[in-house]
Design a binder for this molecule. Sequence first.
Ligand code: FES
Ligand SMILES: [Fe+2]
Length: 434
Amino acid sequence: MATRAPFLTTRFGGYYHRDVPKEDAELTHVGPGTPCGEYLRRFWQPICFSDDLRDLPLRVTILGEDLVAFRDLRGTVGLLELHCPHRGTSLEFGLISTRGIRCCYHGWLFDVDGTILETPGEPVNSTLKDRLCHGAYPMHEYNGIVFAYMGPPDQQPPFPMYDSFTRPGYRLIPGQKYFYPCNWLQILENAMDPVHTAFLHTIVTGSQFTDEFGKVPELDFTETPAGMIYIATRRVGENIWARMVENVLPNLQQVAPVWEDGHQVHPFSGPMMSRWIVPQDDTHTMFVEFRHVSETEGATPSWWADRNVMLPGQLADADSYEASERRPGDYEAQVSQRPVAIHGLEHLGATDRGITIFRQQIRRGIRAVQAGRDPEGLCREVDTCIPTYCNDTVVHVPPAPTPEEDQQLMHTTGRTLAESYIQQPPLVAGRSRR
Ligand code: FES
Ligand SMILES: [Fe+2]
């Protein structure tokens, strides 16, 4: 657990508040053998896009491990330890072969499963290659993203299929891949912090999404079988707009459309994006996007189908540091929380309930793995479609006659929507409207 700084109650009291507590290592450290690292390794993790693997190997760092990804000339993808087991040369300089990858230094050849196929400099009767393997991880390609399972081989789960991946009328396309120099957890926490969409993305910067995001919403937070959602409810004219964004355990975000303005009544919209937040190490993180693109006219804007177009507000301002200061977005807000955010310096308020719940979920998962159990969110059933809940829903509700009643109505409606999507069978059936 994190250590805690004293609560400062003295004016001009900076002198009493200089010590920085330790980070919460249990929740944030991801290297081999760390509690959180072992937890994250129980789930399939994205490594790169399929079209990143062309004629050259790709060096990657995932969960503190230096690795090389490649596609051999048969079309099979591999993920191996970066350094050759002979004398350590990096396989990023290797030769992609018909079967596997060959080290550039002395020509040892490795298959995608770590089998050493050839040691050409050794005597012909050498059994060295038959007695050793190189480190390798199982891979799975799905819709343009290459995933790896980096946990204990006997604990490998099936690749998870979420219902949002097979929504009628939509197709998945790979989107953007980008990097933040900070810890993974504070990035996931941002998705359970709906108030920042009003301030950071609208009031502070001008509308990065739509103007209607600028109204601070009524808030609710609910755990789901696969993770948790927030429900941010706003009045827009005669409508009530409930926005639900989701963290799927442990490190997948599903984000509702940022082009929503709440003016058109519609049922469950589903997400615009499923985005993994993959730790490279404790202080560097990779985003990997799937975009949900409608097959029919108008349900998603055309710019969203162009994977070269970046979602607004996600990257540091390319122009200058001053430009970042003048118009900060998610990058500035999250990276500036420190390389690893210090929980022992925070003062969490009522709007931070989602942060607290998510940390509790991650901690439970870590401790379950330590205790030899499967963590929440891990599905071992084959051919199962895992339900998820990210969406916008807009309903027509005429304003109540007084501000006090209106406030009460919004609150009541938000709860009803939350309960309906999570708990009540009739509205689970209603989800088939997607
Ligand atoms: S270091 Fe790779 S074959 Fe010698
Ligand atoms: Fe944001």
